[in-house]
Ligand binder design. Structure first.
Ligand code: ATP
Ligand code: MG
Length: 588
């Protein structure tokens, strides 16, 4: 365990939003958080589209809301966004789309995507993003599961990814193609003329905070993706987590690198920052280390929210590139999606001059739950502490992985004891169901507590440490081993770039730890290196936890969102079928 925290580093003159963590937790109430938002006029309720667009547009219409930095640089002000989203809401009404019906996008990071999301929310339709790198089968699966009625996409995506499966989607009534001159394709209509004849004015109808608003599919890291339903009231969580965990201030230039095809790209790439009225940078291109550093510099990004997979790629690109850029405007950097190894936090200090603040949440929680804050010290490798308003605990599990309960209440673990992360229900962005899987939803709760499926420990000071997903945890000779702690240790060795750790069945120990390791460029993956790594891990973790076996692998299997797929490593190890890869869309 790292003993020495990284002391907070303050850059610039702004005070962190969360100065006194304990006081904020003590004084917090969701009603007060709700009161920070405008609400629909005349007490007509709470609507995400209003809070993300109309409310900030009423305060500063001419301010840039979205700045697209792709080939064709474009800017949309808050007032542009207000008018365009009103038009799109009118288009949906014109098409007869009713409250609660589903509207999806299959788009890259283009302006139409943002207009569709926010316009659909204003129209009280339920919005569902589809990741644009999906092939036809994952697209079909999600459009069918979500019973989607309207899809907004490009002519090229339509031809390649939707047309081949369109016959299996009888309820997909309208396909709207973006582009100035969308070609005539049977079964579709161009969006531009519909937008052109729609009015700039739109009055959002009464919206109950419990009305469904978003349908997000999970990443599918542990199995088939699940469709999590979120409500309009979630915007309270989006807003307040942007305040506390991302430390958003009105003058910030914010860049969230997550693709809007996933929950992070919607909650924090769109909704949260817009409710704060900040300027959001949108990079339309794929990852490119050189361009990313250039974007941080040229757009004068102040707050950056990215992911461990991106940080690993930047680490791989080497330290010379960032030195060519002036990154001094950057004030706060955070990361989510996978464990952020201590190495990543330190890399931030070395290369950006700022530590990276890891935070934890999942599709089901709708917003950040546990975070490292701008005003707190950082213990590298820890995901931080619960946000004000969030009550998190560690529940004991039995050998089968079930939470142990007494009278329906989970039995809580002591300090540093490993168990399942549970959250007390009641935060506004908590999911309200898995589409078509009621039993599965019910099974997520033990009394008042939501089971996250992740195994963690909490130290005596209240910091949470991620150990692994419940399904990935290794049981070896009576020990419960989190793959993450082994991976982090291996990554501290200078030869190692990435590692994926699994339990390999063993007649004596039950399971033994096996690591798949990608070495850094120029390093020879020799038997001697494998022995050295085992020794290195033993000296830090002890023989019971260190890997017994190391296999070098230059292409660890990952989900499209960049997460290491341990279950696939395990399936390979056991010679089992790897599952339906066509729906998983693994990237290598
Ligand atoms: P599925 O539920 O379909 O298997 P998934 O869990 O990867 O996929 P997401 O909801 O996108 O789908 O990811 C949330 C999960 O990602 C968390 O439950 C956790 O396991 C992991 N995760 C997210 N942030 C962190 C973090 N900061 N540290 C460690 N793990 C994280
Ligand atoms: Mg999950």
């Amino acid at each position: 365990m790292p003993e020495k925290p990284i002391r907070k580093v303050r850059r610039g003159t702004v005070e962190p939003n969360l100065v006194d963590y304990d006081a904020a937790c003590r004084d917090f109430s969701w009603d007060q958080a709700r009161a920070r938002l405008q609400g629909l006029p005349d007490g007509r309720g709470l609507n995400i589209g209003h809070e993300a667009v109309d409310a900030p547009a009423s305060r500063h219409p001419g301010k840039v809301a979205l700045c697209f930095v792709g080939k064709d640089r474009a800017e949309l002000t808050y007032d542009d966004l207000r008018r365009l989203t009103n038009r799109f809401a009118n288009v949906l009404e014109h098409l007869g789309v009713r409250r609660g019906e589903r509207v999806a996008t299959l788009l890259g990071r283009v302006p139409d995507l943002y207009v569709t999301v926010l316009g659909a929310l204003k129209a009280r339709a339920v919005y569902s993003p589809l990741f644009s790198a999906f092939g036809p089968e994952p697209v079909r699966q999600r459009l069918a599961l979500g019973d989607v009625r309207v899809l907004v996409t490009t002519p090229s995506f339509y031809k390649r990814k939707v047309a081949p499966v369109r016959d299996d989607l009888p309820n997909l009534e309208h396909v709207l193609l973006i582009g100035a001159a969308a070609p005539a394709i049977v079964g579709t209509q161009p969006l531009a003329p519909l937008m052109g004849s729609a009015s700039d004015d739109y009055t959002i109808g009464p919206t109950d905070p419990d009305d469904p608003a978003l349908l997000h599919f999970t990443s599918g890291t542990t199995g088939a993706p699940k469709g999590a339903v979120h409500v309009h009231g979630a915007v309270v969580s989006h807003h307040v987590t942007g305040l506390y965990a991302l430390d958003l201030h009105p003058d910030d230039v914010f860049w969230c690198t997550a693709d809007p095809g996933w929950v992070t790209g919607t909650s924090y790439g769109i909704i949260s920052p817009l409710t704060h009225g900040v300027t959001c940078v949108v990079d339309e291109g794929e990852f490119d280390a050189e361009r990313w550093y250039a974007t941080l510099e040229s757009e004068a990004v102040t707050v950056w929210y990215t992911a461990p997979t991106a940080i690993r790629m930047l680490m791989k690109a080497g330290p010379a590139l960032p030195r060519e850029h002036d990154l001094s405007k950057l004030r706060f950097v955070a990361s989510v999606g996978e464990p952020l190894h201590a190495e990543g936090v330190r890399w931030g200090c070395d290369v950006l001059g700022l530590p990276i603040h890891d935070n934890w949440w999942q599709t089901e929680t709708g917003g950040i739950m546990i975070a490292n804050f701008a005003s707190s010290d950082i213990y590298p490798g820890s995901m931080g502490r619960p946000l004000p308003g969030i009550i998190a605990a560690v529940a004991r599990r039995d050998d089968e992985g079930n939470v142990i309960t007494n009278d329906g209440v989970p039995e809580f673990a002591g300090d540093d004891e490993r168990g399942e992360l549970v959250l007390r229900r009641g935060w506004p962005s908590m999911f309200r169901g898995y589409l078509g899987m009621d039993d599965r939803y019910e099974a997520c709760f033990t009394g008042d507590w939501y089971r996250t499926g992740d195994v963690v420990r909490r130290d005596a000071n209240g910091w949470f440490w991620f150990l692994g997903r419940g399904d990935d945890v290794i049981k070896s000779a009576g020990h419960l081993i989190g793959p993450f702690e082994v991976e982090s240790t291996l990554m501290a060795h200078p030869a190692v770039l990435e590692a994926g750790v699994i339990g390999k069945p063993d007649p004596v120990a039950g399971e033994v730890v096996k690591a798949f390791v990608t070495v850094r460029a120029g390093v020879d993956p020799s038997d001697d290196l494998a022995l050295e790594l085992i020794g290195f891990a033993r000296s830090r973790l002890g023989a019971a936890v260190a890997p017994r076996e190391i296999e070098f692998d230059d292409h660890l299997p990952k989900t499209k969102s960049g997460k290491i797929l341990r279950r696939l490593l395990k399936a390979r190890e056991l010679g089992l079928p790897e599952g339906d890869l066509s729906t998983l869309e693994v990237s290598h």
